[in-house]
Ligand binder design. Structure first.
Ligand code: SF4
Length: 217
């Protein structure tokens, strides 16, 4: 693994590449964000935004989601993967929000992860994006990029990746870094064809050096 100092140098480069990185899930409040993040599991933000454009017109409150039969909600999100489970989770979540939280999304990470369909990553995104609380959510892009660059170990699981990132990066940078690593992974260091030959980190990147060993050395 690379050092804390080297990690921050790399993040500075990524900061220059994507200074305006931010959450790409369209939402107007913490409740909509939570629904959007829940829908985004194993699905692209682009597709989620397409679906939520109509969804958020039709359903504005937890009561709205509970006022329709489950089958109707399933139909409204059917173009999204795992839509049956996600619809069930949304209604279960809305019920708990009304019973325990006065219909509002709780700001506490501990409370959020107790909600149906809300795991560690979703809770981290909600607290950081909706409430500005420092958190570093690890999605597929963050994990892949962190491992390729050598910030984390290849064998690390998601929890270990999050711990390592939080140890190496100052808390004040967590929220911004989360979005920048996602942009870097989504638009530059992509899963299938990373733009190594056009990458300012190529000479320091263990994955890039492996792929283009002859050229770099
Ligand atoms: Fe990703 Fe390639 Fe750049 Fe490494 S060199 S960070 S693998 S694009």
């Amino acid at each position: 693994m690379i050092s804390k100092k080297k990690t921050l140098q790399m993040l500075d480069v990524i900061d220059d590449m994507f200074p305006d990185a931010e959450c790409e899930l369209i939402h107007e409040n913490p409740f909509e964000l939570t629904i959007a993040v829940l829908l985004s599991a194993q699905c692209t933000d682009v597709l989620v935004n397409k679906v939520t454009k109509n969804l958020f017109q039709k359903y504005k409150t937890p009561e709205d989601y509970l006022a329709v039969p489950l089958e109707e909600l399933m139909q409204d999100i059917r173009s999204i993967g795992l839509y049956k489970n996600k619809a069930k989770n949304i209604q279960a979540l809305c019920k708990i929000l009304l019973e325990k939280y006065n219909g509002e999304i709780p700001e506490s990470h501990t409370e959020l992860v107790k909600l149906p369909g809300v795991g560690q990553k979703t809770a981290n995104v909600v607290v950081s994006v909706a409430f500005g609380i420092p958190a570093l959510a690890v999605d597929t892009h963050v994990e892949r990029v962190s491992k390729r660059l050598g910030i984390c170990r290849w064998k690390d699981n998601v929890k270990q990746v999050e711990e390592t990132l939080c140890n190496k990066i100052p808390k004040s940078r967590w929220n911004k870094t989360h979005h920048q690593l996602i942009f870097f992974g989504r638009y530059h260091c992509t899963a299938r064809n990373p733009k190594c030959m056009d990458c300012p980190l190529l000479n320091d990147c263990r994955e890039g050096k492996k792929r283009y060993k002859v050229i770099v050395e």
